[in-house]
Design a protein around this ligand. Sequence first.
Ligand SMILES: *[C@@H]1O[C@H](CO)[C@@H](O)[C@H](O)[C@H]1NC(C)=O
Ligand SMILES: *[C@@H]1O[C@H](CO)[C@@H](O)[C@H](O)[C@H]1NC(C)=O
Ligand SMILES: *[C@@H]1O[C@H](CO)[C@@H](O)[C@H](O)[C@H]1NC(C)=O
Ligand SMILES: *[C@@H]1O[C@H](CO)[C@@H](O)[C@H](O)[C@H]1NC(C)=O
Length: 872
Amino acid sequence: MPPKFDPSDPAVVQLITLFDSLGLSPSKSLETAKSSKNAAQLKELIIAHGLEGKNLEEKKALLVAALAAQGTYLGSEAKAYVIDKVLEGKLERGDQLTAAVKYLAQHQLTATMNYLEPHRGAINEAEFDAECGVGVVVTPDQAEQLVLLYLAENASAIEGWQSFSATLMKLKATPELRWAATLDVKNATEAAFLNKFGPKVSVNPKDMRKAAASKTATPGNVTPTASDSSSGIVALSSEKTVFEEGFLGRLHKPGGNPQLNGALREKHLKTTGGQVWTRFPPEPNGYLHIGHSKAIFVNFGYAAHFGGKCYLRYDDTNPEAEEQQYFDYILEMVRWLGYEPWKITYSSDYFQRLYDLAVDLTRRDKAYVCHCSAEKIFADRGGEERGPRKACEHRNRPIAESLAEFEGMRDGKYKPGEAILRMKMDLEDGNPTMWDTIAYRVLNAPHHRTGTTWRIYPTYDFTHCLCDSFENISHSLCTTEFILSRQSYEWLCDALEVYKPKQSEYGRLNIQGTVMSKRKILKLVKEGHVSGWDDPRLYTLIALRRRGIPPGAIISFVSGLGVSTSPSNIQTVRFEQAIRQYLENSAPRLMMVLKPLKVTLENVPEDYVLMIEKPLHQKVPELGTSSVPFTRTLYIDAEDFRLEDSKDYFRLAPGKTVGLFQAPAPVTCTRYSIDPVTGEVAELFCTLGESNSTSNKPKTFIQWVADHPASGSPIRVDETRIFHQLFKSDDPAATEDFIADVNPNSLEVVEGAFIEVGFWPLAKKAIGDARKDSEARLKAAATSGSEPAKEASPVGALHDAHNQPVASVEQLVGNECVRFQGLRVGYFAVDKDAQLGCLTEGDAPKPGSRPGDVVILNRIVTLKEDSAKKAS
Ligand SMILES: *[C@@H]1O[C@H](CO)[C@@H](O)[C@H](O)[C@H]1NC(C)=O
Ligand SMILES: *[C@@H]1O[C@H](CO)[C@@H](O)[C@H](O)[C@H]1NC(C)=O
Ligand SMILES: *[C@@H]1O[C@H](CO)[C@@H](O)[C@H](O)[C@H]1NC(C)=O
Ligand SMILES: *[C@@H]1O[C@H](CO)[C@@H](O)[C@H](O)[C@H]1NC(C)=O
């Protein structure tokens, strides 16, 4: 047994005092003293190199202690050399010290063997510094860039999370990242993997459940305080923090973005008045989906929060993929989510200006016309199999020749693929976006706005930054997929000496449990798995709208997630939970029975009618009341009756009593009849109990709808569409064959549900309110100088004279505005296929059913998460 350590032993006290005097903390001194070997080595080092009483910074003292432990085989000179480097602050971290010891150990060998020629062992400082990373600083941003670059280059070798550790080790072994902080590299790699492969899937189902539970428990997902103003624009208590903290909180102040010269900044600030100017720049080649709601929220929301302006800019530089309908839907969805663009612009507005700048760039010898094939360009990029990167033979052709050829491209001299304009960037750079990216290409396609004026079209890389510059954008916000493009963005602005906006990248929003890629949704539509792009089971914005999800709920959800540089991967169930919370205190409540079961109250006279005025929401009196008849014949939900009673069952069964919401008294089931054909319970016979009797207070209340043709009760619902998860697995996007993962029972249609007559006035009011809000918004936008409003033609017009989409009242008014909670059933909205005559007749006529009406409801979400799970 080793001798017992006694900290009061005078010899130990002496050691601790000595280590203290070097600068170690008392606890580290004590710990070192405890190990007799380490203590002896450190003591020797301190004495030999005169470090006693130096009281170094703790960081340096720790490095000295590490040297004592690791460098036992080094000679005294070598140790002195390392100590000097530590004291000078050149060796700063443990990994550098380890590298130093290793390097010197190797070289010292030579020195000892050749002691007669000491110069042979002399340390080469430059080499030492290089080996130990002296003076190398890798910022977290640089580390992130390098990681993304490495992953992009080596994507094919990385299969998924199983490659994570190996990738991390390889990354740390690259010369560029060797001296980056390990945590920075790890974080960046984790974020990139998350982005690419989604969350790491645990193999242990127990862990998965735990993870799921902790996810839903995360505070701040959604702000339950968000109150629904019917306009869909919602004041959120979390908005302030979202825009002023985290990623958005760290953004520069307007004008704080670096410029080539101060004059550019001054001119910019003069134009913007120092305001935040942002833009939402979708490509008009598809439908927006839930992920875009984050881009809309970030760009429009950030500008609005700081009293700035946000453009809607259609990035229409690819005429082959564009369709008019996409332009219309994009504007409609932006407005539906509650935002008005300050101006609507098009990249194509700037085609002439972009062309002129391309000429200018060529004149500056920073662009050239290249005739290489795509294969040749790819081969010239180099790589493991293709060898070193090469410039093509056109790169150094005379400027005049490029200018002439570019004109030729414009004038139709070349067919697509025969000539391109490339930026002359930096082939030596590690970033592939700097390898002479294409600026212009020839396309034989007419453009929907410029017609056949142009045969050449600018690329995203050439267009995007320059349009941002033209529009004096203060913050160019985009998702992290564009992080590598930032370098070419800045290069081009500087090359042309124009105002340079700053691009900043945030993590995108991914919803799991569904697919969002255009190609996949198209396949679902084409093969008939869904009814169209707006099928309520999809997560396109038009689908979510049709399903009845309030726009304010989406904004509240996105805002609650916050904005950071890492992507948000959210399961559909969590999204639904947020919607549910939002609807809880905003949706009026109606009585609805999904599967009606007839009840006759035998002790109530045939002609008995009691009109009951009941609140639409017990806790939110502002939502008003509805008036429903109570008569001898009622319908309850078939699920609220059972033949077998049990102790923990409190609804209706033979001989049992249950309360009816808002009814004058509870009812007791006395007998029932059976349908001779189906063998199922056909009708219940009950007695209405004593009014005001306190002795028999029911434990449970159920919903009901009375039969009273005179007041139109009940309303028969032709179709109630109930949506379950469209996919069987939690992550269809990750499955090999997502079509095989389609849940064949994701749509359930219930025919013949009943709802109370309160539905009519509620529907009429909801549509009326939506119309009023929409008109008010258009008016407000007009007075604040919003471009679309100025152009707005009479109500209902979606295009102006030039076939451009404009804002209209109708855009924001649709059947889905009629939302309610079917008490104890779920949240519902009216489907666009429904026909409710009274909603389109204007203000005067009475709400109610009309001949030819078709009532179709969509279930927005269930009342509780559990029932959603059970149902699927
Ligand atoms: C890709 O991986 C190889 C081998 O690990 C490495 O040498 C190369 O630098 C990587 N690419 C990048 C861009 O880092
Ligand atoms: C790395 O990520 C963790 C958790 O996401 C975070 O707490 C930590 O601050 C990050 N570290 C760095 C250096 O970015
Ligand atoms: C952008 O700012 C410049 C001055 O820097 C100004 O000339 C130009 O009109 C502005 N453009 C827009 C679209 O605001
Ligand atoms: C029952 O109570 C209500 C008010 O709580 C009262 O108006 C009504 O007269 C009472 N009816 C009977 C039968 O006592």
